[in-house]
Design a protein around this ligand. Sequence first.
Ligand code: CP3
Length: 386
Amino acid sequence: MSEPLHRTPTGSPTGTSLPAEHPLTTSDPARSTAASPLITAFRGGTPSRTPVWFMRQAGRSLPEYRKVREGIGMLESCLQPELASEITLQPVRRHDVDAAIFFSDIVVPLRLAGVDVDIVPGTGPVLGSAVRTAADVAALPELTDESLEPIREAVRLTVAELGSTPLIGFAGAPFTVAAYMVEGGPSRDHLGPRTMMHADPETWDALATWAADAAGRFLRAQLEAGASAGQLFDSWAGSLSLADYERFVQPHSARALAHVSDLVGGDGQPVPLVHFGTGTSEILPAMRDAGASVMGVDYRLPLGEAHRRLGATPGPDGRGAVPLQGNIDPALLNAPWEVLAAHVREVVQAGRAAPGHVVNLGHGVPPATDPEVLTRVVELIHSLRP
Ligand code: CP3
């Protein structure tokens, strides 16, 4: 690796080069992802075909997933490198999507750090005890680099099979992860973390800093081991007012992204970083200003309007419009084909306004989705001009 150089969050041409054999760096055309449709669109270029992948493309919608997961807990399967890799590859083989998303979970770094957490089927992440006081936060164990070895191993196995299809790594953003930690489990309104921000801002700050560093290390491990892009999931950020987002959340998301913003591919271009949440129509420009290069948009806001809002509200670094990812309404996957196809065409058309567009859903694949429908959606998108 070359000498790490300091890079401002807005992106100067210096950075930390990924290893020579990394898919973004290698000159081997069979393994290079640098000119793939996904990376090209993420970087604002014109791809050879319109790229598409689906959040939660690996998972319960696939019979082959249900089969390999039989009798194995969710977090346990994330920590078995061969199994995590196999599950990551399943939707790529089946659907011909333009990216794999690493099979893991936003609470995997907690488990690796030694926090008592599990994923309860049908419920979501549940902690042995909630994290609510300054003492609770001070007692959190650090996520060490060594503990991330099963993650790096799963990424290496996956990338060896993917060839020129990029792997996307990810992490949960500090607010979404801290929301589970403060509540001790899933909640609808995230009252616990939203109270803590105002009632005990110092404890909130310490907790969100811990979560930001855990997320940053988790994401960096995936990128260094071979992932070609990263996505920060702040799924629940839409429950916040703009003022609360800017004051209590954005700096921590920026801290998480700063762990990886120095990484560059062989051409010196930064690794693409996507930032996604749901219900984020009012905070989209503020989320962009946390530093990612691509914005994920949920199904509530048409892409043309997302593009307009970002362009009309440039950040302190001068960036306005950025490439977009999204935003097929998952509800329409269950509609008659002609209704779904018309919606997909509309999303692709709207995305042409942005400097780059990667098609995705506006949130994850619902478990009851017919996988044949997803394959057909991919075929339709690939038939449309980028
Ligand atoms: O294709 C992919 O996106 C796969 C990788 C992935 C998973 N979780 C696998 C998973 C990713 C990127 C996540 C992120 C994640 N996990 C988020 C952010 C994205 C989002 O959905 O908003 C959140 C909020 C979580 C927390 C979490 N993990 C929930 C709410 C659940 C659902 C619990 C349930 O059973 O309904 C999980 C479990 C989980 N994570 C599953 C998968 C495939 C389902 C577990 C199973 O199949 O048994």
